[in-house]
Each structure stands twice: as C-alpha cells, then as structure tokens.
Design a protein around this ligand. Structure first.
Ligand code: GAR
Length: 194
C-alpha cells in the first residue's frame, strides 16, 4: 500500500465570503493524519469576512480580492494561485460568481458546497424558499463548478429533514452541521485513490 504521507499533498485554496465554518472544517480535515490536502491559501472578496481570522489562527496565507475594482480580477486570483502552486479550489460560502474564463482555466479542479439538494434550489435564499414551498426535505450538495450556476456534476449529497417548526435560520444551522461533514467526505471520495 502506498502511504499518502510519502506523496506530495494537494495544495488547496479555499474561497470564502463570510463566517468560514466550512473553511474551518476543511482546515481541520487537512490536518488529520494521512490527509492528502494542505490548505495553502484563503481567498475572500470580503475584507471583513469573519472566516479570515482562520488565516491567522492556522497560519495560512490570505488574499483579499476587491471585486469593486472590477479590473483584472481573474488575473489577480490566478497570480495568487500560481504563487502558492494551488491545484484545487474549494468554494465555501463564496458569494461571487467566477468568470467562465477562470473556470475554464481551472477546469475540473473547482468544487463548491451548496445548501440544498441540487438540482433543486440553485442560487440564493435556499432555506427560505424551502420553507415557503413546504418541502419535506432539504440538504446539501458538493459539486464541481462549471459555467452554469450550481449546475456542475454532483459529487455527494446529504439529505436533511425539514422539521415542522423550522425557520430558515434553524434549517440553515442544521444543514450547516451536515456540510461540515460532507465537504471532507467529498474530497475523500474524489481523492482516496491517490
Ligand atoms: C454555507 O451554508 C454554504 O453552503 C453556503 O453559504 C454558507 C457559508 O457558511 N453557500 C452558498 O450559499 C453558495 N451559494 P460558512 O461561511 O460558515 O462556511
């Protein structure tokens, strides 16, 4: 059996916009014995994202991309990915849409987590829409990113029951707990043969 510790780990960048609880779970996962990943870079469009604190806490490089400047966003991101030799991008609550050009350049190496059972409830405000439509189940999905929003190939999903008294908030919290388990599972599934 090949020991993964003898292999080069996959340099990963995590893109965030907010709290970064999925980022935290990915960092913890990357630090487990035998892990095939290292989180080398955190990218955020939001300089106030709470999740950026994990950069300091875990000594990971961070880069803030100012989307209001609109110019050369792709190049700015690509420059940083190159600098840290990034081979995999995990979107974790990243609320900006990557350009088609960028996605093409990183084809098959960008993964996202979405808080619904895709292909249902793409886009924003998923939990409120689930409640409004009186759905019995929701969940979360890890999928590859392609040029269409929340539409790339599904890697893994977890179903979560919607409870009678759920609000968008309580449902979001319960699903988020499952997300923290599902994202590392997806990476294991994709890369377990390395
Ligand atoms: C998560 O629920 C994630 O699935 C969702 O944002 C939250 C981020 O939480 N992502 C999207 O809605 C993407 N369209 P976190 O910052 O604590 O990981």
């Amino acid at each position: 059996m090949i020991k993964s510790s003898g292999l080069k780990k996959i340099s990963t960048a995590v893109f965030i916009s907010g709290t970064g609880s999925n980022l935290r779970s990915l960092i913890k996962f990357s630090k487990k014995k035998g892990s095939k990943f290292t989180i080398e870079l955190i990218i955020s469009n939001n300089s106030k994202a709470k999740g950026l604190n994990y950069a300091q806490k875990f000594k990971i490089k961070k880069k803030i991309i100012d989307y209001s400047r609109k110019q050369n966003i792709d190049n700015k991101i690509l420059k940083n990915l190159k600098k840290y030799n990034i081979k995999l991008i995990c979107l974790a609550g990243f609320m900006k849409i990557l350009s088609q050009n960028f996605i093409k350049k990183f084809n098959g190496k960008i993964i996202n987590i979405h808080p619904s059972l895709l292909p249902k409830y793409k886009g924003l405000n998923t939990h409120q829409r689930i409640i409004d439509n009186k759905e019995k189940y929701s969940g979360c999905t890890v999928h590859f990113v392609n040029s269409k929003l929340d539409s790339g190939k599904i890697i893994i999903q977890k179903k979560v029951k919607v409870l009678k008294n759920d609000t968008a908030n309580s449902l979001a919290k319960r699903i988020l707990r499952e997300e923290h388990i599902l994202y590392p599972k997806a990476l294991n599934k994709l890369y377990s043969n390395l």
